[in-house]
Design a protein around this ligand. Structure first.
Ligand SMILES: Cc1ncc(COP(=O)(O)O)c(C=O)c1O
Length: 440
């Protein structure tokens, strides 16, 4: 269904249309047409009536727009984009990214298997696990995907087993502090990720003694990079160590591009990174003596803005301190605000023109479960539909059944039509793997 390219021109038009909006300030906001909030041309009320709440809704036109923007920014080099499916792992989304030409970035064998099921060529899948067993890496080798190893112990075992018969990428930790939050910063000195830049001698010894063919170098300094220069400095560090690796065919610069979460928010200037890094990369290739591929593995940049999480207001609760809006969802569905203190722009889509008031939006989980404190929303009534923007990345994939709640449905809007791509769970899903084996 989604792989059908017969509607190519319609799709191209949609891309052009959405590209236009990248130049406007609030391009990540929901569309408001004739006082009706819409996603990909479909009124939100139509979606919530059809699929109920809570639901995640994704718009392929926005994913395509983001993909195109990145491709265009780096078109001066031989650039390959691998969608980091940890951000959004529904198989329909994976098929869509394959359809528009992307590869896949995976961090577990299960993601590898899902990618293969979605039809990706194993050669277009990179597997970057952390702290997994050699057995899991063996499974990935068997699937023929590009292996990326981030510690010396496993690299030594890998070399011992495969020598130079299976080329491997090595994840380097350049020790730069990038990323918007300590929990999503991965390139600093205390991070568990990557092989330290200070362990280069040891790394060389392992490669030589086990006759390993290193075909790629990788870094990922963290999510939500705020400073392009920090990112470029990390890239320079990677270029500097390439002299130890004569067999490279690619360098993978990871991801971490920041998208805007609210009006006036800072976002990574993709065009600036594109032109500066491309220039550096091409100059580097000349000194290296070979044209390499430049890889990226974005998650958030490709899907964050494409996703909206919709929930219904169960209760309005006035206290002496605030007015709570209690919704039919919780941190079990969208954990980012509680886990990372992330901001998701919240809109009352049922009352677009209503008077603005201050509310604290909370969930139904029996913990502190706050989506947003003191948010300005147009006047909220019980039964209204509340939309959380930027919910495409690390939304559903981080959801759980905490409090025995069902995980929400997922809907994809593509070329003006909506498709159910994941059913809402029911009690059978909660109980499926429980074994009632004890008689009391
Ligand atoms: C190795 C690796 N690559 C890519 C990504 C995607 O990052 P982002 O969603 O910020 O683009 C992550 C995210 O944590 C990652 O760990």
């Amino acid at each position: 269904m989604l792989d059908n390219s017969s509607s190519y021109y319609y799709f191209k038009l949609l891309r052009l249309y959405s590209h236009f909006f990248t130049t406007t300030f609030d391009y990540f906001m929901l569309e408001l047409k004739n006082d009706v909030y819409q996603i990909g041309g479909i009124p939100i009320s139509v979606l919530t009536e059809k699929y109920d709440t809570p639901i995640y809704v994704y718009d392929t036109a926005i994913m395509a727009r983001q993909y195109d923007q990145l491709k265009t920014a780096f078109n001066g080099a031989n650039t390959k984009i691998k969608f980091a499916c940890k951000a959004l792992n529904n198989i329909n989304i994976l098929k869509f990214f394959k359809h528009i030409g992307s590869g896949l970035d995976t961090v577990s064998i299960q993601e590898v298997w899902t990618g293969l099921r979605a039809g990706f060529d194993p050669k277009n899948i990179i597997y970057t696990p952390n702290c997994v067993s050699m057995e899991e890496i063996d499974m990935a080798v068997k699937e023929g995907v590009q292996i990326n190893i981030d510690n010396l112990s496993i690299l030594e075992q890998f070399g011992h087993k495969y020598g130079n018969t299976v080329p491997v990428c090595v994840r380097i930790n350049p020790h730069v502090m990038a990323g918007g939050n300590i929990n999503i910063s991965t390139g600093h000195i205390d991070s568990k990720f990557g092989i330290s830049i200070y362990q280069m001698r040891h790394l060389e010894r392992v490669i030589k003694s086990e006759n390993i063919c290193v075909n790629g170098l990788h870094m990922h300094t963290g999510s939500d990079i705020l400073d392009v220069d920090v990112f470029l400095r990390a890239a320079d560090i990677l270029f500097e160590v390439t002299e130890h690796f004569p067999d490279l065919t690619f360098i993978d610069f990871g991801s971490g591009f920041k998208v805007p979460y609210k009006p006036d928010d800072y976002a990574t200037d993709i065009e600036e990174v594109g032109s500066k890094l491309t220039e550096k990369f091409n100059a580097f290739c000349k000194t290296y003596g070979r044209d390499l591929e430049l890889w990226f593995e974005p998650g958030k940049f490709l899907v964050s803005q494409s996703g909206t999480f919709l929930a219904k207001v169960n209760v309005i609760k006035q206290t002496t301190a605030t007015v709570f809006v209690g919704i039919d969802s919780g941190l079990n569905h969208l954990i980012r605000p509680m886990l990372y203190n992330s901001y998701h722009h919240i809109i009352n889509v049922s009352n677009p023109m209503g008077k603005q008031r201050l509310y604290t939006v909370v969930g139904y989980i029996c913990e502190t479960d706050t989506f947003g404190w003191d948010r300005k929303l147009s006047e909220v009534k019980e039964g209204d539909i509340i939309a959380f923007q930027n919910a495409g990345a690390y939304g559903f994939t981080m959801s759980s059944n905490y409090n025995s709640r069902f995980r929400p449905a997922e809907v994809l809007v593509h070329e003006g039509k909506d498709y159910l791509i994941r059913k809402r769970e029911d009690l059978e899903d909660i109980l499926r793997n429980q074994v009632e084996s004890v008689t009391f």
